[in-house]
Design a protein around this ligand. Structure first.
Ligand SMILES: O=C(O)CCC(=O)C(=O)O
Ligand SMILES: [Fe+2]
Length: 212
């Protein structure tokens, strides 16, 4: 079996059992290498302050999060290499778990030293079509004492810290968006990740969502 299939199978299996998966993408994976190359081409002005919510509800709230982001676009060849990879993951999860995932959107996130994203859920039950969150880390040779972990809380008791994940290069975290509260802890070094969401195609409050 192809190694990507094995990885995607492990993710499907984790999601089936707990709704949370922490796996590692092989360093030689072309989609990962494309992101390294893309990162090296960025200048500071390619990133802008992140907001909370989207469209009309979109507000900047620097007390909740202080990262800067850049949305990926299929029109950029390097970004598209990763989007195609995630499309394969989407198809794989749909085949194995019948999740009915319809689309994927994601952004690079740059957390400067001291930046954070307070404890939050990526989606609220019944109120969104974001169903599955992904976070991929792009920090080569990240050391434990740099901090910057992703803290994941218990899906049933949101006050219990379940685990802390080091934002090491190639680590891919996948979890049910409306079940796992999580928090980005401050780091002493610049921290890069790609946060993304698989969506189902549903109608919310009479509006077709995602918008086209
Ligand atoms: O970068 C991370 O570790 C997670 C970011 C996150 O939770 C988000 O953007 O919703
Ligand atoms: Fe999040």
């Amino acid at each position: 079996m192809h190694t990507t299939d094995e990885l995607f199978d492990r993710i499907a299996q984790d999601l089936r059992v707990t709704g949370l998966s922490v796996q590692t993408i092989d360093k030689t994976e072309p989609a990962l290498q494309a992101l390294v190359q893309r990162l090296s081409l960025f200048s500071g002005s390619d990133f802008s302050a992140a907001g909370i919510g989207r469209q009309t509800e979109h507000t900047q709230n620097t007390e909740i999060r202080s990262d800067k982001i850049h949305w990926l676009d299929s029109g950029h060849a390097l970004e598209n290499t990763f989007l195609m990879y995630m499309d394969e993951l989407k198809n794989h999860l749909n085949r194995r778990l019948f999740m009915g995932l319809f689309s994927y959107e994601c952004h690079f996130a740059h957390y400067e030293p001291g930046a954070f994203y307070k404890k939050h859920l990526d989606a609220f039950q019944g109120n969104t079509n974001r169903v599955l969150s992904t976070v991929l880390y792009l920090n080569q040779n990240w050391q434990a004492d740099y901090g910057g972990e992703l803290a994941i809380f218990d899906a049933h008791d949101h006050s219990i810290l379940q685990q802390k994940i080091t934002p090491q290069f190639g680590t891919l975290v996948t979890f049910l968006s409306d079940e796992y509260p999580h928090e980005v802890l401050p780091a002493t070094r610049p921290r890069y990740s790609i946060a993304g969401w698989f969506r189902v195609n549903s109608s919310v409050n009479g509006q077709i969502d995602p918008p086209r």
